[in-house]
Design a protein around this ligand. Structure first.
Ligand SMILES: [Ca+2]
Ligand SMILES: [Ca+2]
Length: 65
């Protein structure tokens, strides 16, 4: 669990380390990402970007860096 905690804290766009990125966290990490894009990234429309949605966005080139 220690390694998992360290990993969670290193995720760009997850400043509080809870393993999901809120819209606020993503805006802070990726200020160039528009609200429309965030809606597209949030596939299950729960208002937060989980690790799968973030990975898909990164793989698809939607999120830079
Ligand atoms: Ca978070
Ligand atoms: Ca989501």
């Amino acid at each position: 669990m220690l390694a998992g905690t360290v990993w969670a804290q290193t995720i760009v766009g997850d400043s509080d380390g809870d393993a999901v990125s809120s819209m606020e966290e993503l805006h802070a990490a990726y200020p160039e990402v528009s609200d429309e894009l965030l809606v597209q990234i949030d596939v299950d429309e729960d208002g937060a970007i989980d690790e799968y949605e973030r990975a898909a966005a990164l793989a698809g080139g939607v999120l830079g860096g």
